[in-house]
Ligand binder design. Structure first.
Ligand SMILES: NC(=O)c1ccc[n+]([C@@H]2O[C@H](COP(=O)([O-])OP(=O)(O)OC[C@H]3O[C@@H](n4cnc5c(N)ncnc54)[C@H](OP(=O)(O)O)[C@@H]3O)[C@@H](O)[C@H]2O)c1
Length: 406
């Protein structure tokens, strides 16, 4: 064992520092030291990477004392030097169709979204790869990249190249669940998709463009909102279906929309109360959120829901409170778990180009194993059918006097 130590250290060093595009994934191939030995196992396992979003609150969940005494600035500064963090073991997940169980682990990259955006991608890749090595050491057979760890750089491609275990961003199932949530909430608000003007904000992003493509199949009208006109035209080309499609580089364009799906990687809120028309439904998939809290405080005639919360099959115990009610997970987490239940240990969703077919496929896999949309939430609170009926009622009154502020 002792003689392996230098080789292990070399392998670790190479995998943490290998430049983009210079190594291919070579599981066990000659030249790639097979040093992170994953025992032959039949148990289905996964690991999922999370990170702090609401800095003080999230750090307090793991380190109550540090979260209390350190300021946000201090936490952001020190987090750059903090190693990957073991969060918890996940147990109790059982497939509804096969009865098989999976075990998993939550691990954390200690960076905030703002840190990940501001650091050179290479530095962030290193931290994510180090976390992935920890997952390999635990015996995980697939790794999910949560929230901004999938946004940074090339969306998981480099990370997947540097790890032996397969990687998925979870974006395919995030797309499926976001579209489903928007569709169902729209129906409850009396705006079925086929009658609706739908806006996708962040339409040039990995998640946004495929959501747009799927929504274009059935929507009445579709407005693609983004920052780059040329990229919006390219997304418009992908949107084949019954929807009449237009593009805009101005956020104000969403006040024409009945249904809004927002999924930018902005680190600050971009949708304010004056942007929305009465009765609008906004499905906010972004983490951190795109929708300002002021919308909920000032506009009781619009419905804001969070995209991406799903019910997990079995008596799941995540061993950690990441802000969801018991038994519920982010769609990106659910994709990782569903792939483990399916025995699909492969790089599934990586990169920034996700096909609608892949989103459809993971939707079918997840449904078969018992994952489903877990009702609606808005700013950490459950949204009841009665609340939706009340919003709808108020919107029917305020729409009569409504004038957009622009
Ligand atoms: N809820 C979930 O389960 C879940 C799962 C995965 C990801 N997410 C979240 O989804 C979001 C998007 O992820 P992604 O992988 O699609 O990211 P992405 O590929 O990087 O796309 C981000 C999009 O946001 C736009 N954008 C960035 N900054 C902006 C700003 N300040 N104002 C307006 N638009 C801005 C980008 O525009 P350009 O094209 O012009 O750069 C791009 O269209 C992230 O917040 C991520 O955390 C949530």
């Amino acid at each position: 064992m002792a003689t392996d130590a230098p080789l292990r250290a070399l392998d670790l060093y190479q995998r943490l520092t290998a430049p983009y595009d210079t190594i291919a994934k070579q599981r066990g191939a000659a030249g790639n030291f097979p040093l992170m030995i994953i025992p032959t196992q039949t148990e289905d396992t996964f690991a999922f990477i999370i990170h702090p979003i609401d800095i003080k609150r999230d750090v307090q969940r793991k380190y109550p004392f540090l979260g209390r005494v350190l300021s946000e600035g201090q936490i952001s500064f020190f987090s750059r030097f903090w190693p990957p963090v073991y969060i918890s073991e996940v147990t109790g997940i059982t497939s509804a169709s096969t009865g098989r169980s999976v075990r998993g682990w939550l691990l954390s990259v200690p960076y905030t979204p703002a840190t990940m955006i501001s650091l050179p991608p290479e530095e962030v890749y290193r931290k994510i790869v180090a976390t992935g090595l920890k997952a390999e050491g635990l015996g995980a057979r697939i790794l999910g990249l949560g929230a901004f760890t999938s946004v940074v750089g090339d969306g998981g491609i480099t990370v997947a190249q540097r790890l032996q275990l397969p990687v998925t961003t979870g974006d395919s199932y995030t797309i499926t669940v976001a579209v489903q949530a928007l569709r169902e909430a729209g129906e409850m608000m009396g705006t079925p998709l086929h009658n609706a003007t739908v806006a996708v904000v962040g339409a040039t992003g990995a998640i946004g463009k495929t959501c747009a493509e799927i929504l274009a199949r059935d929507a009445g009208e579709l407005i693609l909102v983004g920052r780059r006109e040329d990229a919006l035209h390219a997304v418009k080309e992908r949107c084949k279906g019954r929807a009449k499609v237009s593009i805009s580089t101005r956020i104000n364009a969403i006040y024409a929309a009945d249904l809004v799906l927002t999924v930018t990687s902005a680190v600050h809120e971009i949708i304010e109360p004056q942007h929305l028309k009465p009765g609008a439904v906004v499905c906010d998939v972004a983490r951190p959120r795109d929708v300002s809290r002021l919308v909920v405080a000032q506009r009781d005639d619009v419905l804001v829901i969070e995209g991406g919360m799903v019910e997990v099959p079995g008596a799941v115990d995540f061993g950690f409170n990441f802000g969801f009610p018991p038994g519920k997970a982010y769609a990106c987490m659910a994709e990782t778990i569903a792939l483990a239940l399916e025995g699909r240990y492969e790089d599934y969703t990586i990169g920034k180009d996700i096909s609608a077919a892949q989103a459809d496929e993971i939707g079918e896999i997840a449904t078969r194993h018992g994952f489903k949309l877990a009702g609606f939430r808005s700013f950490e609170k459950p949204v009841s059918a009665q609340h939706i009926a009340e919003v709808r009622e108020r919107a029917s009154v305020s729409i009569k006097h409504w004038r957009p502020a622009y």
